[in-house]
Design a protein around this ligand. Structure first.
Ligand SMILES: [Mg+2]
Length: 191
């Protein structure tokens, strides 16, 4: 089968990593419980920034956010390695900007993710992911972002799995809270 994965906040804990970087860079100590309550994807309001300031902070921090020590979610890596060993095809579809695509691919390989060059897509907008997902004929697709999964509701042959985050609790997709639940979810979906 064909499995597609978003990267940020689906396979790796990127927002939390960025939150830690912001605290450090800005000399602040915003508590974690405020972060875990956030109902939007962007984190800058915790640091009293406007959307514009937040956008600039994000862009100017990208090098650190993307390429330092962002943690992989427990069991995410193992899951993908196992799926590949079972003969499934693994695709990555990330909306990271084009100029970061190749480096991101290398970073993912360095973490140990099973990456085939021609199965790694980047640089599209959130609402353009659906075109790639359809063209590839994916059986499963995993993402965290409301703006992405909401474009996939009409895809009858696609099983969408939502990685649980504080900003997507209002959605009713099959929800993966923890990657250790993956086997159960796949079995339930196949039944
Ligand atoms: Mg994401």
């Amino acid at each position: 089968m064909k499995f597609g994965f978003d990267i940020d906040d689906t396979l790796i804990d990127l927002r939390k990593h960025a939150f830690d970087i912001y605290n450090q860079k800005l000399g602040k100590n915003v508590p974690l419980d405020q972060f875990t309550k956030l109902e939007r994807v962007e984190i800058h309001e915790l640091f009293d920034m406007t959307d514009e300031q937040g956008g600039e902070m994000w862009k100017s921090s990208l090098e650190d956010i993307y390429y330092t020590t962002c943690p992989v979610y427990p069991n995410a890596l193992e899951t993908l390695v196992e799926l590949e060993q079972q003969g499934h095809e693994i695709y990555y579809i990330t909306a990271r900007p084009k100029e970061h695509g190749e480096r991101t691919k290398e970073w993912m390989k360095e973490q140990g993710f099973p990456v085939q060059d021609e199965r790694f897509f980047y640089g599209m907008k959130d609402d353009e992911k659906v075109q790639i997902i359809k063209r590839l004929g994916l059986d499963y697709y995993f993402d965290d972002k409301p703006d992405v999964v909401n474009t996939l509701v009409k895809e009858e042959n696609l099983k969408v799995i939502l990685k649980d985050q504080s900003y997507n609790r209002h959605l009713t997709f099959t929800r993966l809270v923890d990657w250790t639940e993956i086997q159960e979810i796949l079995e339930a979906k196949q039944a």
